[in-house]
Ligand binder design. Sequence first.
Ligand SMILES: Cc1cc2nc3c(=O)[nH]c(=O)nc-3n(C[C@H](O)[C@H](O)[C@H](O)COP(=O)(O)OP(=O)(O)OC[C@H]3O[C@@H](n4cnc5c(N)ncnc54)[C@H](O)[C@@H]3O)c2cc1C
Length: 441
Amino acid sequence: MRSDRDGRVAIIGGGASGTILAAQLARRGIDSVLIEGGGRAGKGVAYSTTEPAHLLNVRAEGMSAWAGEPDHFAQRFVKEGGDHRGFAERRLFGRYLGEILDDAVGSGKTRVLDSAAVTAEASDDGWRVRLEGGETLDAAALVLAIGNQEPEALRAFAGVEGRLISNPWGEQARAAVRDLAETGGDVLLIGTGLTMVDLVLSLDAAGYRGRIVAVSRRGQVPRGHADFEPAPVEADELPSGSLRGLWWWLRRRSAQVGWRAAVDSLRPHSHPLWQSLDVEQQRRFLRHARPWWDVHRHRIAPDVADTIARLIAEGRLEIMAGRITGARSEHSGIEVDIRRRGAAEPQSMLFDYAFNCTGPLHSISRTRDPLLRSLLDADAVRPDHLGIGLEVDQDSRAIGGQRLWALGPLTKGRYWEIIAVPDIREQAAAVADDIARELSE
Ligand SMILES: Cc1cc2nc3c(=O)[nH]c(=O)nc-3n(C[C@H](O)[C@H](O)[C@H](O)COP(=O)(O)OP(=O)(O)OC[C@H]3O[C@@H](n4cnc5c(N)ncnc54)[C@H](O)[C@@H]3O)c2cc1C
């Protein structure tokens, strides 16, 4: 079955990136179809949580969906009793994005299609997208806004099933949290970043009172937000082109103005700074500096940081620096060998459940996503120079494809800082302009 050409632009992925782009296109009078396969149109992965404990990790004043209208979300939050500089519940932000999508749909310019796209191929005059039910959809332009890829399978856990939760965002994870709240068994969280924080909050909110061990190579946990005096810098004050120079600049500057002010002062310059590093330096950043950068840059709300500190103090959460060297299914759970940092031998520990909180897949060529595979196999897209996303040009157009754009995390090889709403909304506005130019030619 083939549908009519019913959208000039097909946007695959209905999370924050796809929703904001659809709304931007609607403002420009451009028709689009927003194809969302996970039932999360107008929310995406981060904002479809229903848990009050899950707070935004960016202050309300930074979370507007509209480039050039910085107060748009904060005003909404204030109406609900919040504060400009406060941290809203993520589900409130989901409702806000949902309303933006409703407005776009109400304008008659956006249509939402509740289905997964399984392949996309270039046609004579644009793109043909095949949906999971077998239908096809034709569009003049295609945008990939599919977010992050599922985490890498854990090698140490090969052959372990059942009580290993591979996708911390899925129904299996929610069922495991409910089970743990009832049984109180021990939990292993593999990874100590933002995903780990979310799961700890979910477990605590569900009434779980057992013991959680969270392990990563360095045992670094996201730091908390706190008030500080901003200390902005001009681009020409920064040592562009040198990772080592930047690292030393950051250390010196942190000693002068505090690390929060120093880290945040780099934000307006992050794209040119990232692009000024050569490939080898970018790789070195990913290998060595990234764990520290991530925990200082992507900070958690103060209330969330307090909860984590309290659980550690109560002995209910242990953060471990170490390496998992093996794992086996046992009758009563999963036995895991963990070599703590500095220890000569691994120690075996028994857990009722283990959750993969290692974060998104980093090697795009290993994706199991059929849509991306179809595009990669047809050379319509290429992995970027680091292999962490897709190669895109300065307009976020995929290199190798015609009238094909990528948004959000898929473009992190080019921009690095492109996963949070303040960056995504700028990118979405620029892509909408570029699409408008392209389609008017
Ligand atoms: C837990 C968590 C908390 C976060 N908190 C914040 C925060 O407080 N502030 C902030 O600025 N950023 C935060 N982020 C960063 C977040 O990634 C971005 O804000 C933003 O939500 C990314 O949106 P996205 O649309 O690019 O990706 P996603 O939200 O992942 O959306 C992609 C969508 O595409 C759909 N999809 C994928 N493949 C297909 C397909 N083949 N066909 C159809 N649909 C498909 C998926 O179902 C999904 O809904 C958080 C991220 C996470 C994971």
